[in-house]
Write a protein that binds this ligand. Sequence first.
Ligand SMILES: NC(=O)c1ccc[n+]([C@@H]2O[C@H](COP(=O)([O-])OP(=O)(O)OC[C@H]3O[C@@H](n4cnc5c(N)ncnc54)[C@H](O)[C@@H]3O)[C@@H](O)[C@H]2O)c1
Ligand SMILES: CC(C)(O)[C@@H](O)C(=O)O
Ligand SMILES: [Mg+2]
Ligand SMILES: [Mg+2]
Length: 347
Amino acid sequence: MAKLNFGGVEEEVVTREEYPLEKSREFLKKQTIAVIGYGVQGPGQAMNMRDNGFNVIVGQRPGKTYDKAVADGWVPGKTLFSIEDALKKGTIICFLLSDAAQIALWPTVKQYLKKGKTLYFSHGFGITYSKKTGIKPPKNVDVVLVAPKGSGTSLRRLFVEGKGLNSSFAVYQDASGHARETAIAMGIGVGSGYLFETDFYREVTSDLTGERGTLMGAIQGIFAAQYEVLRENGHSPSEAFNETVEELTQSLMPLVAENGMDWMYANCSTTAQRGALDWWKPFHDATKPVFKKLYQSVKSQKEATQSITRNSEPDYREKLEVELAELRESEMWQAGKTVRSLRPERN
Ligand SMILES: NC(=O)c1ccc[n+]([C@@H]2O[C@H](COP(=O)([O-])OP(=O)(O)OC[C@H]3O[C@@H](n4cnc5c(N)ncnc54)[C@H](O)[C@@H]3O)[C@@H](O)[C@H]2O)c1
Ligand SMILES: CC(C)(O)[C@@H](O)C(=O)O
Ligand SMILES: [Mg+2]
Ligand SMILES: [Mg+2]
């Protein structure tokens, strides 16, 4: 593993140079990788592995998602099967159902976890919260995790562009003596740019915090608050949206991604720099208590209970759609729809 300095802290990472794709293919050449579930991570990981030359099959229940798998080139009876048939054939079982659905399907999955197989997750949820999920793998199988740090949609898009998301990897159970190499080889196989090591608990707690925080929850909250203040002070929707969202995603975040926050600041006016340098600390101080509360809610497993309870309700999709529609139909995001339609590349 390559040792790198992350802001003064030494950490080890696995890069593609160190563990090349050919090595991964060679290590997994006798395995049948069964991707169970074809939602968001399923397609990204399955198609990337297929394009990387691995022996991959998909297990999906009938319905719209099964039809999507057919449209993506998976062939019924050859590379696309019922969940049970894929579980039977697979030697590495990639459990890529939603975390709540994994609970319902676990008794079925467990039946097919024969000695020597590997159970693969993309989240530490099922294992860490095993008292709530009932997911307790038999001792004679390997249990590993590769968690791409981003949406399955981005995992696929970046792969097609010749780039790669980074992923974390972990071993929960090493029955074979080579579980760690399986995790690394799978991580490279699904198209990760590089891999950093963690454990199931740390993966799930950081992931739940991140998506509820700056990655998804906090960002919407901050957008909404600023947009509302601008509107309350007489600014038009287009002006408020541009100063809140559009400029961030189109102009400034790509600069942050490329070279960091100070570099983005340096590419703005001294007027903007002065204001941003004065104001980031009050925003930090105002939000830190909320982040502390969030982390506590994750640590106490309140977030896990909430996810399991709400996402296991039979009508959770319908209820989710109502909440997503509320966002979509808000003035801010409706303004955003019009703003996006005006981007020159859309014409
Ligand atoms: N969405 C992401 O991009 C992302 C990113 C990193 C990690 N993960 C993790 O990857 C795993 C898969 O998440 P996802 O978001 O791709 O899942 P998802 O919500 O998209 O669902 C995946 C599949 O589960 C199937 N399914 C749902 N309920 C079922 C049931 N009762 N019986 C049989 N099949 C059922 C659906 O048909 C779908 O094909 C989770 O552990 C998640 O935390 C997801
Ligand atoms: C893509 C995310 C937010 O990183 C993932 O953790 C998820 O749960 O979908
Ligand atoms: Mg997550
Ligand atoms: Mg995540």
